[in-house]
Design a protein around this ligand. Structure first.
Ligand code: 2NL
Length: 356
């Protein structure tokens, strides 16, 4: 009995001090393994007479349980220590200051296009898009601009090299080819605007070789010039935010419209600031007219049944007028200071409900 008490004391004491899980496992094998000290004593029980065997067996079982429990407790203790060490080691220092969040802004061209789409969308116009590289037919001939027409020179066209079919494609000089494609694609009515990039070989203080236009096209059975005047008046007043903005429709000429007009809006100067809608001077902002019957016919639309109007304007120009930008060139410079100054909040979508 004393010997068993000694054995229990020794083993439980050493278990309690086991330095790590490997040392603990070695102790388990020493005590309870196949040839362990307790296991061997168990085996020796067989040689005792039944009376003594029962008493010794019971005592031995108690020692075995005590040592086994001590091993479990120490194992959990060692595992907790290991976890604590890992947690201390792998801790993330959340007190590091966060990197500052940066927010981009919408380019004034994109913002202005969003505004145009909101205004014309309210009036029932859909947005159409098309390719930047166009055939001579879609960019010129279909629009009643034959090969020898002086308007071709005025357009300062970028020509691509001749392709295998001997055709010279062009970079579109206006967005009109998209309206041509719309008309050739299916029957009227049409009610679209076409914002997009256009290209002309022209570069100075007020011209860039790449610039943006928006054109509009409405064709239906009884569309007339009153519709044109009403639509463009409503657009200019909404876009510039001046309810009684005076407009002037001046006769003009385009090969693809007849009659044609240019539209001026009233403005004045306050110091070096332009004031749209107040003053006695006129500023040209767009061209328009009734679609030429030849253009309708070129697109398979019967001019004896259908008529319509079209218009076009430069997006850079109307953006500069609205937002008081004195120079065209910074539009394409990617200068972050200019973009921060003239840019727009990216999540503020213009709408006619909440205002532009
Ligand atoms: C301007 C003038 C204009 C059009 C564009 C057009 C398109 C088709 C048929 C007829 Cl498919 N017309 N577009 C009409 C009149 C004027 O633009 O000053 N743009 C910057």
């Amino acid at each position: 009995m004393d010997e068993l008490t000694e054995l229990e004391k020794e083993l439980t004491a050493r278990v309690a001090e086991a330095a790590d899980l490997a040392a603990l496992e070695a102790l388990r094998v020493e005590a309870l393994g196949k040839k362990g000290r307790i296991t061997q004593k168990m085996k020796a029980l067989g040689g005792l007479d039944p009376e003594a065997r029962r008493a010794a067996g019971q005592a031995l079982n108690e020692v075995k349980t005590a040592v086994s429990d001590a091993i479990d407790i120490r194992r959990r203790g060692l595992e907790d220590l290991a976890l604590d060490a890992r947690l201390a080691d792998e801790r993330i220092d959340v007190s590091l200051p966060a990197r500052p969040a940066t927010m981009g802004s919408l380019h004034p061209i994109g913002q202005t296009i969003d505004e145009l789409v909101a205004i014309f969308g309210e009036m029932g116009f859909a947005v159409a898009e098309g390719p930047h590289i166009e055939s001579d037919f879609h960019n010129f001939s279909a629009l009643n601009i034959p090969p020898d027409h002086p308007a071709r020179q005025e357009h300062d066209t970028f020509y691509l090299p001749e392709d295998s079919a001997g055709e010279r494609k062009v970079l579109r000089t206006h967005t009109s080819p998209v309206q041509i494609r719309t008309m050739m694609d299916g029957p009227p009515p049409y009610r679209i605007i076409v914002p997009g990039r256009t290209f002309r070989a022209d570069h100075d203080a007020t011209h860039s070789p790449m610039f943006h236009q928006v054109e509009g096209l409405v064709v239906d059975r009884a569309t007339h010039m009153g519709h044109l005047k009403g639509t463009l008046t409503a657009f200019c007043r909404a876009f510039f935010g001046v309810e009684d903005l005076p407009l002037r429709f001046r006769p003009s000429y385009f090969p693809f419209t007849e009659p044609s007009a240019e539209v001026d809006i009233a403005y004045g100067r306050e110091g070096d600031q332009l004031k749209i809608g107040a003053g006695s001077d006129w500023l040209e902002i767009l061209g328009c007219g009734m679609v030429h019957p030849k253009v309708l016919a070129n697109c398979g639309v019967d001019p004896d049944v259908y008529q319509g109007y079209a218009f076009g304007m430069g997006i850079e120009r109307i953006a500069m007028l609205k937002y008081g930008m004195p120079d065209l060139r910074p539009f394409y410079d990617s200068d972050l200071r200019w973009l921060r100054h003239y840019g727009f909040l990216p999540l503020e979508q213009p709408s006619m409900v909440r205002g532009l």
